[in-house]
Ligand binder design. Structure first.
Ligand code: CA
Length: 242
């Protein structure tokens, strides 16, 4: 299965090999089990402003900027974009709602696989649309000695959110990497799309309620049902890449 997926990727991009140097990790829903709280706070906040954003639909928008999500719902239900003031107020409320939840725990398997990757002499990077100020602190306390701030990509680094490939292209640039020198770990359809459009081999981990097909249809090269499953198969994947 892994061998065929790698062959297909190489053929599609006219590369001879995957020459792995780095693993690029999305954050929410990959490193942290934070998506249920995000989805619920989106749903509750939008309801308060008279909009309907079902819990599961929030997973379809994961990775978009807040403004873009709000406008999609506003256009659907009112036929027009939200005003700048509305966007700011709704997004602020959503953030307050989200912060009421306990801090998200590490996704099972995440720390273990990051340590394996480091022991293999490869480096890991975080590529997230999140703009939380305490992000680096949180990453370092949960995953000590893994991530370097100078090769992180956050909301502050890019103009376009996912599904635009900019976050992953920026990661390649910051990490001094060619597309075939990295792989991406993503849980969201729009994140998979961004990584695939950046030309990087993309592994989906389906940690949410969406069907596998939703992630595969965006072009994921491989799919695992959890971070633990990805962690358990890491050695095999790494050997296939070599
Ligand atoms: Ca995510």
């Amino acid at each position: 299965m892994f061998e065929q997926a790698i062959k297909n990727y190489l053929q599609q991009h006219s590369y001879n090999t995957l020459c792995l140097k780095a693993v690029l990790f999305d954050m929410d829903g990959v490193l942290f089990d934070s998506m249920p709280s995000h989805a619920q706070s989106w749903h509750d906040t939008m309801e308060r402003y008279g909009f309907n954003l079902p819990y599961e639909e929030a997973y379809m928008h994961e990775g978009r900027t807040g403004a873009s999500t709000i406008n999609i719902v506003s256009r659907r239900e009112r036929g027009k974009d939200a005003t700048e003031e509305e966007i700011q107020e709704i997004y602020k409320t959503k953030t307050i709602e989200f912060n009421k939840y306990p801090k998200a725990k590490r996704m099972p398997g995440a720390k273990e696989v990051l340590e394996k990757i480091k022991a293999n002499g490869l480096f890991s990077m975080v590529v997230t649309g999140s703009g939380q100020t305490s992000l680096l602190e949180r990453l370092n306390s949960n995953f000590p000695d893994i991530f370097k701030p100078e090769v992180m990509v956050t909301a502050f680094d890019v103009k376009h959110g996912k599904p635009h490939p900019e976050p992953y292209l920026m990661a390649l640039q910051k990490g001094n990497l060619q597309p075939n020198e990295a792989i991406v770990i993503e849980n969201a359809p729009l994140g998979v799309r961004a990584a695939v459009d950046a030309g990087i081999f993309t592994i989906a981990v389906n940690t949410g309620p969406l069907a596998d097909e939703v992630l595969l249809n965006e072009g994921a090269n491989l799919l695992f049902p959890s971070m633990q499953a990805f962690c358990d198969h890491w050695e095999t994947i790494r050997k296939e890449i070599k």
